[in-house]
Design a protein around this ligand. Structure first.
Ligand code: T4K
Length: 382
């Protein structure tokens, strides 16, 4: 059972889903008994095996967090030069490239799906492009088939940032096995968390082997270093949290789905406000409640609505405002990006994420929706 949180008076986007404390502590006791704290001990090995089965992939390499997992995957794939990514993502996606001297080439999104637009991707391919890094924003898969066709035609590597997409599917297959590899985040704020954590999943044996070596300083065996590497290892305690979380993941997703359906009915008919839909034919984790405000119809700007929600102890978020291309260092390094990101900027300026998850009670959703309705009714544009 996921642990139900008491209502603390303030509603947060990102309040963690907590698991059964006793089951977790039992695993912590095992760690203390074994004396094995990290370096791919039994807990991490078990966690990787369970994840491999759950995701239906050949390899799962658990990491200390999603950002390092991205960096290692990018390096192991040998990406260089330019890589095409959406600007509408958490800044870690762009940083993981720029940190290694690779230029993130920001591409516009489809305003319906909020995902990278394959037609736009084609326009950004140059002789320096080595890859496409799609992001399954809000857990809704990118147009994977179209991206794969483009990557194959141009000899590019395709990988995915699946930080939001744990438990989601595309064409009936779990996210995790698409592209050369996919990268998950198990950060505290995610649908499934290991305090901090992440993983790279792949069906490629050689790539998996390389990533394993790179996450452990490049060590092959005790004294033999074969690659430049870093420390990307997951600890035993994080794996213990993950194993405990997997036992109640289905319940967490079901709580999220119920919350989403409550929002669907409670937010109905608010002028200028639309709630993002999840596919009914695929698995979704319902992690994000995303509303779009059209200020011309609502009569209130998105930022006014956010300010009023905050004043009412509802810590809604403007993910992923302002968009990577309008954040430093990208704004200064690549000032021309703005010219081709009109749809990204429009979405960045309209989105609000609302609280959900096991920390948010149903009556709080009803009250929040009433507050939101009242804020829009009051308006802010004269
Ligand atoms: N790619 C994508 C597409 C991502 O979205 C992310 C991470 C990554 C890559 C990188 O993965 P990691 O390296 O993080 O594994 C949060 C998270 O820090 C970040 O993991 C996440 N995306 C991003 C979307 O959101 P913030 O800056 O919004 O977090 P913060 O600290 O403001 O927390 C949000 C709310 O949650 C707070 O109001 C309080 C509450 N909270 C938070 C934590 C950490 C708690 O109640 N307890 C907690 O322990 O970035």
């Amino acid at each position: 059972m996921p642990k139900k949180m008491p209502d603390a008076g303030v509603l947060h986007v990102g309040a963690p889903n907590l698991y059964d404390e006793d089951a977790f502590i039992e695993r912590v006791r095992k760690i203390f008994k074994s004396g094995r704290l990290t370096n791919r001990g039994p807990m991490v090995r078990e966690f990787e095996q369970v994840l491999t089965d759950y995701l239906g992939v050949k390899h799962c390499i658990c990491m200390c967090n999603g950002t390092i997992a991205l960096e290692i995957a990018i390096r192991a794939l040998g990406l260089t030069g330019e890589v095409i990514i959406p600007s509408f993502t958490f800044v870690a996606t762009a940083h993981a490239l720029q940190w290694q001297g690779i230029k993130p080439v920001f591409c516009d999104i489809d305003p319906e799906t909020h995902n990278i637009d394959p037609i736009e991707v084609e326009n950004h391919i140059t002789d320096k492009t080595t890859g496409i890094l799609g992001v399954h924003i809000w857990g809704r898969p990118c147009n994977i088939n179209a991206l794969k066709t483009i990557a194959d035609e141009h000899g590019l590597t395709l990988m995915f940032d699946a930080a939001h997409a744990f438990g989601c599917s595309h064409d009936g297959r779990r996210i995790g096995g698409f592209g050369a590899c996919e990268v998950f985040s198990f950060h505290a704020t995610k649908v499934f968390n290991t305090f901090e954590g992440g993983a790279v999943t792949t069906n490629d044996d050689n790539l998996a082997n390389k990533i394993r070596l790179m996450q452990n300083f490049g060590f092959q065996g005790m004294d033999n270093v074969v690659y430049i590497g870093t420390n990307g290892k997951m600890t035993e305690i994080c794996a213990a949290m993950g194993l405990t979380g997997l036992e109640c993941l289905a319940e967490i997703i079901s709580v999220n789905k119920d919350a989403y359906e409550l929002y669907v009915s409670d937010l109905q008919g608010i002028p200028g406000l639309s709630l993002m839909k999840y596919s009914t034919s695929e698995h979704s984790n319902y992690q994000y409640i995303v509303v779009e405000i059209d200020e011309n119809i609502a009569g209130a700007t998105r930022d006014h609505v956010i300010d009023r929600l905050h004043a009412n102890n509802i810590l809604a978020r403007r993910y992923f405002y302002p968009g990577c291309h309008r954040a430093e260092p990208y704004r200064t390094l690549y000032p021309d990006s703005r010219k081709r990101l009109a749809k990204t900027e429009m979405i960045c300026d309209r989105i609000i994420c609302l609280p959900t998850g096991t920390a948010v009670r149903n009556d709080a959703i009803a009250a929040l929706s009433d507050t939101l309705r009242a804020i829009v009714a009051q308006g802010s544009i004269v």
